[in-house]
Design a protein around this ligand. Sequence first.
Ligand code: SAH
Ligand code: SF4
Ligand code: F3S
Length: 465
Amino acid sequence: MSINNAEIKNTRKLYVESYGCAMNFADSEIIASIMNEHGFVNTNDELEADVIFLNTCAIRDNAETRIRERLKHLRMNKKSNKDLIIGVLGCMAERLKDKLLEEEKLVDVVAGPDSYRDLPKLVAEVDDGGRAINVLLSREETYGDLNPVRLNTNGVTAFVSIMRGCDNMCSFCVVPYTRGRERSRDAQSIVKEVVTLFNDGYKEITLLGQNVNSYLYFGGGQKKEFKKLTTEEQSEAIDFADLLEMVALAVPTMRIRYSTSHPRDINEKVVRTMVKYNNICNYIHLPAQSGNSRVLDLMSRNYTREWYMGKIQMIREIIPNCGISCDIISGFCTETEEEHQDTITLINEAKFDFSYMYKYSERPGTPAAKKLSDDVPEEVKSRRLTEIIKTQNAMSLAKNSARIGSIVEVLIEGNSRKSENDWMGRSDENVVVVFPKANEQKGDYVKVFVERATVTTLIGKTLNQ
Ligand code: SAH
Ligand code: SF4
Ligand code: F3S
C-alpha cells in the first residue's frame, strides 16, 4: 500500500469527466497534472481507461441524479474490465463522504476537492484490494504550485483558479460545505500560470473563484480581513483589483475575464482597473439570485435590491456598455407571487445580457434546509422559472438587437456549433458571435459587422470579406 505501487504500474490510462462549475473543470486539470506526474496517461476514450474519475457537482439535486445515472452506466465498463478503478471526486464526494461508498458499491475511490494530491495513493490502496477515501478539507491548499494539464482545450481560452472555498454561507448553498473555507492563491503563482498560458499560445484567460472580489493574498494562504492583518502583511497585501492589474500588465495582449463577483464585494477599484486596461474584458457576472429584499435576506446574501441596483449603476456609469449577466433562483422558501414579480422587474431594470436561471433545490445540511420551509410547490417554482426565462430572453433579444449595425471585436474560439463553415467567438462583452469563415484562424481577433441577432447570438460578417 505505497505510492510506489502507482509508479510501478505507470502508463495506465486515466479518463476524467467534469460536471458543475468552471472551478470544477479547472480542478480536473489539476487532477490530471497530479496523476500524470505519477505515470498515468490521459485518454478521451472511457472504454480504454484503467481509471475513471467523475469530478462531480452537488449544487442542485438534479446534478447528483445525473452522476448516479452515469455511475449505473459505468457498471458496464467494469464488467468488461475487472481492474477498472472508478473514483467519485469533487463536491458530491465531499457532501456524501463514506455514504457514497456504502450506496454506490462500484465506486472505489472517494476524494474531496482538497485531497487531490492524495489521489495516486488512494488508487494504490485500491490496487492493494481496498476501497479508498479522503474527504479532508484544508485551510491552506490552493494547488498553487502545480501546472494544470489542459484537458479538452480549444487552445484559445483557459481557466485559472485564483482562490478556493467560500465563506459566504448563502442559506441555500452547499458550496461552503463541499469546498471549505475561503483561501487565496499566491499572486505570483497566478501570474506565472497566466504567462505560461500566453507562451503556449492561449489568447484569453478567466480568473476563477466563488467570490473573486474578496481575493486577498498577504503572503499566507488563509483568509483574513484586511483590517486584521499586521502592518507588514497590509503593506504586502494584494487584493483583487491589484491582482487584475498584475495580470493585465504581465500579458498585455491576452484577454482577461473573471468570475464570479459577489454584489456585496464588487467595488469601484475593480471596475476602474477594468477601464484602465484594454485587455480586461468589459463583462461582469454578478448573480442577484432574487429581486426582492426580504427573500435576499432569507438567502443571507447580505444586500438588498437597492444595494444591488446601486452596484449596477456604478458599473454602468464607469463602463456604459459593460456586459452584465446574472444567476437567478425561482421559488425560494416562502417566496410570494409579489416577491417573484420583483425578480421579473429586476431583470428589466438591470437589463442583464443573459442569466443562468434555476428552480430552488433544497440541499441537506444548508441553513435554508435546517431553518426554512421549502414550501413553494414544484409546479409554482416551474411556472415562475418559465416567466423568469421568458423575461430574460426578451431582454437578451432586445440587447442583442441593439447591437445590429455595430462592429464588434471577436476572438475566434472555433467552429460554430451549427456549421463548419462558420466561426464562433465572443465579443469583449462576452456575447457569442457567429460569422462565415474567410481566411482567419482559430485564436485570431477579427472585427465583425453585426447583421442579425437572436436571444443568444450575434450573426454577422468580418469586415475584410
Ligand atoms: N459563488 C457564486 C455562485 C456559485 S453556485 C455566487 O455567489 O454567485 C452557482 C449558482 O447556482 C448560484 O449563483 C445560484 O444561482 C445557483 N444555486 C446555488 N445553490 C442552489 C440551490 N440550492 N438551488 C438552486 N440553485 C442554486
Ligand atoms: Fe454559494 Fe453564496 Fe458562496 Fe456563491 S457566495 S458559492 S452562492 S455560499
Ligand atoms: Fe457544483 Fe461544487 Fe461548483 S457544487 S457548482 S462543482 S463548487
